[in-house]
Write a protein that binds this ligand. Structure first.
Ligand code: ATP
Ligand code: NCN
Length: 235
C-alpha cells in the first residue's frame, strides 16, 4: 500500500521581540488543527516593515530556541539570520520551497494584524505561488471588509482544510484559535516599567531576559551604584 503523503510544513514568521505564549499556543493549536508535519517559527533578522528592534536577532532567536525546547514539532528556523538585507518573507519561502520540492504542501501562518498590511509586503503577489496562507484570528483585530486585501481574500479563500493537502500552495484559510490577548509590545512595556511578565511567556525565556537584562527601563542599568560615604578617594 502506498504510504500517505507527509503533512504540510508550517512557517510562522515574526519579530519575536520577545516570543510569548500567544505565539506558542497559536503554533501548537494550528499545528494540531491542520495536522501539520511540523511548524517552524522563523525570527526575522532585519524587519522590512518596522524599525530594527533593540534586541538583537541572535537574542530573539535564542529565546525562540528556549521556548521550543520541549516541543519537537516546533522548530526555530534561523535562515533569515543568515541573510543580509531586509528579511523578506517571499525570499524565505522561495528557499524553503527549493528545499521541500514542488509537491510538498507549505503553509505560511499569519495573524490578522499582519494580514492587514500584506499588500505592502515585498512581492506579495508571489506568496501564494510558493505557499498556502493560513490567517489566525487575534483579539482586537477583524478581517477587512473592503479594499485590496478583502478582494484578495474573496478570490483565494477556501473553507475546506483538505485544500491544504490537495495542493502544495495557493489557498488562503482563516482559522479561529484560542484567543490570547498577549503581545510583545505589552511585554516590553511591562518590563520597561519594572513590572512582572511572568506567565505571559515561558519561564526559560523570562530567565534569559533577566540574565541578559533585556528590555530594561532606560537608565536602569547605567545608573552608577551609590557609594557608601567615604569609601572612595578618602572623600
Ligand atoms: N497573541 C497572539 N495571537 C495570535 N497571533 C499572534 C499573537 N501574537 C502575535 N501573533 C502573530 O504572530 C506573528 C508574529 O508576531 P510578532 O512577533 O510581531 O508578535 P507581536 O506580539 O505582534 O509583536 P509586537 O507587539 O512587537 O508587534 C504575527 O503574524 C502575529 O500576527
Ligand atoms: O516580506 C515582507 O515584505 C514583510 C513585510 C512585513 C512583515 N513581514 C513578515 O511578517 C512576519 C510578521 O511580522 P511582525 O511585524 O508581526 O513581526 C515577520 O516574519 C516579518 O518578517 C514580511
Amino acid at each position: 500500500m502506498p504510504s500517505a503523503a507527509p503533512g504540510p510544513v508550517g512557517v510562522l514568521g515574526g519579530t519575536f521581540n520577545p516570543v510569548h505564549l500567544g505565539h506558542l499556543r497559536s503554533a501548537v493549536e494550528v499545528l494540531e488543527r491542520l495536522q501539520l508535519a511540523s511548524l517552524r517559527l522563523m525570527p526575522c533578522a532585519v524587519p522590512p516593515h518596522r524599525e530594527a528592534p533593540e534586541c538583537s536577532a541572535q537574542d530573539r532567536a535564542a529565546m525562540v530556541d528556549l521556548a521550543l525546547r520541549d516541543e519537537p514539532r516546533l522548530q526555530c528556523d534561523r535562515r533569515e539570520l543568515e541573510r543580509s538585507g531586509p528579511s523578506y518573507t517571499v525570499d524565505s519561502l522561495a528557499e524553503i520551497r527549493g528545499e521541500l520540492g514542488p509537491q510538498r504542501s507549505l503553509c505560511l501562518i499569519l495573524g490578522f494584524d499582519a494580514l492587514l498590511h500584506l499588500d505592502s509586503w515585498h512581492r506579495w503577489q508571489d506568496l501564494l505561488g510558493l505557499a498556502h496562507i493560513v490567517v489566525i484570528a487575534r483579539p482586537g483585530w477583524e478581517l477587512p471588509q473592503q479594499g485590496v486585501i478583502a478582494d484578495w481574500l474573496k478570490q483565494h479563500r477556501s473553507t475546506d482544510r483538505a485544500s491544504l493537502r490537495s495542493a502544495p500552495n495557493g489557498c488562503v484559510l482563516v482559522e479561529e484559535l484560542r484567543p490570547l490577548d498577549i503581545s510583545s509590545t505589552e511585554i516590553r512595556a511591562l518590563l520597561a516599567a519594572g513590572r512582572s511578565v511572568r506567565y505571559l511567556l515561558p519561564e526559560p525565556v523570562l530567565s534569559y531576559i533577566e540574565h541578559h537584562q533585556l528590555y530594561q527601563r532606560v537608565g536602569a542599568q547605567s545608573e552608577p551604584a551609590e557609594q557608601p560615604p567615604g569609601s572612595l578617594n578618602g572623600s
